[in-house]
Design a protein around this ligand. Structure first.
Ligand code: PAF
Length: 282
């Protein structure tokens, strides 16, 4: 696996593959890789001849109260995992390569970025959209893969790619879960053993609410009952639990004839966990 840190070298490598007619996939990450990321890599390998993984801890998607410095950085062990996963190229630019002196542009995806996690993390999705636009322009992949775990991020990226006519397929990859259903996330490492046990309540409450809505129960009652279960289980707060249109993320009061997604963010101690599930169209 090549590890490349300069944009010129990245472009030369991708040009070489293209000259041989090879298809390229990109998996964007911020490192601290786990099984969820490796599922993206596996899906990428099935879809392309060459797989590029980017590791870049993007400062512009961290808010002033979010600890950018504390974000786990372990490039050596990440690189070993990627090597074993048969990744062709690790794109690992530093901040100066990604945002050179004088950098002044921001991609902002209105509407879809503003609710849910966007409400609690102002500016977060501008940072994500901007860096993803740059990564797509840098690597020029045929397909880029994102985890469904971050459903709002996936929806924002899809909207941006459609709006800006970026010629890439965006593929969502189903959430990888622990045996007890908890979605794999770098944030799970912040949970102490007691909190880790309580965290099981999140996928359970979500699953029960999705099933209740699927049975035709009132959406508001199903969401209230899920929120109550989370607080009873030991979560300190529920930032949101909403049924939304799966593509636009507009909240739905009733289950309609179109694909819907149940999305939740809840706090356990100081850790904020998110999850989501499909509620298929009737
Ligand atoms: O999901 C992530 O790890 C990041 O938000 C992404 C897409 C790599 C952009 O920095």
């Amino acid at each position: 696996m090549q590890i490349i840190r300069s944009l010129n070298a990245l472009r030369a490598a991708v040009r070489g593959w293209r000259a041989s007619g090879e298809r390229v996939a990109l998996v964007p990450t911020m490192g601290a890789l786990h099984a969820g990321h490796m599922a993206l890599v596996d899906a990428a390998r099935r879809r392309a001849d060459r797989v590029v993984v980017s590791i870049f801890v993007n400062p512009t998607q961290f808010g002033p109260n979010e600890d950018l410095a504390a974000y786990p950085r372990r490039e050596a062990s990440d690189a070993a995992l990627l090597e074993a996963g048969k990744v062709d190229l690790l794109w690992a630019p530093d901040v100066a390569e990604m945002y050179p002196e004088g950098f002044a542009s921001t991609v902002s995806v209105r509407g879809i970025s503003e609710g849910l996690c966007g409400a609690a993390r102002p500016g977060h999705f501008d940072g994500v959209a901007t860096v993803v636009a740059k990564l797509l322009n840098q690597v020029t992949p045929d397909v880029a893969l994102f985890g469904e775990k971050d459903w709002q991020q996936l929806a924002v990226v899809r909207r941006m790619v459609a709006d800006l006519d970026i010629g890439v397929e965006i593929a969502g990859v189903p959430t990888v879960r622990e045996d007890d259903g908890l979605a794999r996330s770098s944030r799970n490492a912040y949970l102490d053993p007691e909190q880790r046990l309580i965290a099981r309540a999140l996928p359970r409450a979500l699953g029960e609410a999705a099933a209740a809505i699927g049975r035709g129960e009132a959406v508001a009652a199903a969401l209230e009952s899920a929120e109550r279960r989370l607080i009873e289980a030991g979560f300190v707060g529920v930032d949101y639990i909403l049924l939304c249109d799966a593509e636009t993320l507009v909240p739905m009061r009733a289950w309609a004839e179109r694909p819907a997604r149940l999305l939740v963010a809840a706090r356990l101690g100081t850790t904020r966990l998110i999850d989501n599930l499909a509620v298929p169209a009737k």
